[in-house]
Ligand binder design. Structure first.
Ligand code: PXP
Length: 245
C-alpha cells in the first residue's frame, strides 16, 4: 500500500447552477454531505471576489457541516482574507483571480504577488490555517513557494489535461513529476488539480509525492447523470487504484 491520496471535491459548479437562477437550489452544502458519503476526503470551494458561484453563506454552512475538512480557495486580497481569518477553514489555497476568466487560468505569479502572498500566508498561519499556493509546474516556483512560507503547493494540471496528443500529455506529466519532486525537496506537501477527469486522472494519482487532488468540473458533470455520491465514489475508486497499482 502506497501513501494515501486525499480526494477533495470542488462543489463550486453546484453553486454555478443555483446562481444561474439566483435561487436556493441546488445547494452546494447538500452536495458536500453527499460527496462525503461517496468517500470525499475534503470539500473545496472558491470564494471569488465577484461571488459568481459560492456565496458567503455557503462557506459558513460548509464550515459548520462538513465532517472532513474545507479547503477554501481564494485570492490574496483583503476582503476575502478577512473572512478566512474569521472563519478559519482547515486549509486555504491561494489562487490568481481575473474578472473575465471562465475558471482559474494559470498558476500564481509568485514574483509579482510575492509581497501580498508573504503577508497572506503569514496571516493564515497565525490562525493555524494550513496554506497552499496554486502554481505552475516549474521547479523555481517550488523554491519560491517554500520561501513564502506555504505548507503546500497545488500543481496546476491544466496543461497536462489540455494536451492534445499522447506525447504532449506525457511531456506534461514529466513536468508534473519533476515539480512534485522539487516541491518535496523544498519541504512542501504536494497537491494537484485543474482539468482532471475520470479519463486522465490515473497517471497524476500515481505520482507518489502528490498527496491531495482537487477535482470539480468532471465530478459535478457526471453527477448530473448518476448523482454526486456515486460520481465521487467512482472517482475515488480510480484514484485509489492508480495509487496502489
Ligand atoms: N484547483 C484549483 C486551484 C482550481 O481553481 C480549480 C477550479 O476551481 C480546481 C482545482 C478544480 O478544477 P476542475 O473544476 O477543472 O476539476
Amino acid at each position: 500500500m502506497n501513501d494515501p491520496l486525499r480526494l477533495y471535491v470542488n462543489v463550486d459548479h453546484v453553486a454555478t447552477v443555483r446562481e444561474a437562477r439566483r435561487t436556493d437550489e441546488p445547494d452546494p452544502v447538500r452536495a458536500a454531505v453527499l460527496a462525503e458519503l461517496g468517500g470525499a476526503d475534503g470539500i473545496t470551494v472558491h470564494l471569488r471576489e465577484d461571488r459568481r458561484h459560492i456565496q458567503d453563506r455557503d462557506v459558513r454552512l460548509l464550515l459548520e457541516t462538513v465532517r472532513t475538512g474545507v479547503n477554501l480557495e481564494l485570492a490574496a486580497e483583503e476582503g476575502v482574507l478577512r473572512f478566512a481569518e474569521d472563519w478559519r477553514p482547515m486549509q486555504v489555497t491561494f489562487v490568481p483571480e481575473h474578472r473575465e476568466e471562465v475558471t482559474t487560468e494559470g498558476g500564481l505569479d509568485l514574483e509579482e504577488a510575492s509581497g501580498r502572498l508573504l503577508a497572506a500566508v503569514a496571516q493564515m498561519r497565525a490562525q493555524a490555517v494550513r496554506t497552499a499556493l496554486f502554481v505552475d509546474a516549474r521547479e523555481d516556483a517550488m523554491r519560491a513557494s517554500a520561501a513564502l512560507g506555504a505548507d503546500a503547493v497545488e500543481l496546476h494540471t491544466g496543461e497536462y489535461a489540455n494536451a492534445r496528443t499522447p506525447e504532449g500529455a506525457s511531456a506534461q506529466l514529466g513536468r508534473l513529476r519533476d515539480a512534485a519532486l522539487a516541491a518535496r525537496e523544498a519541504g512542501l506537501a504536494v497537491h494537484a488539480g485543474h482539468g482532471l477527469t475520470y479519463e486522465n486522472v490515473a497517471p497524476v494519482a500515481a505520482i507518489r509525492e502528490v498527496e491531495e487532488l482537487n477535482i470539480g468540473h468532471s465530478i459535478v458533470s457526471r453527477s448530473v447523470f448518476v448523482g454526486i455520491e456515486r460520481a465521487v465514489r467512482e472517482m475515488k475508486e480510480i484514484v485509489t487504484a492508480a495509487r496502489n497499482a
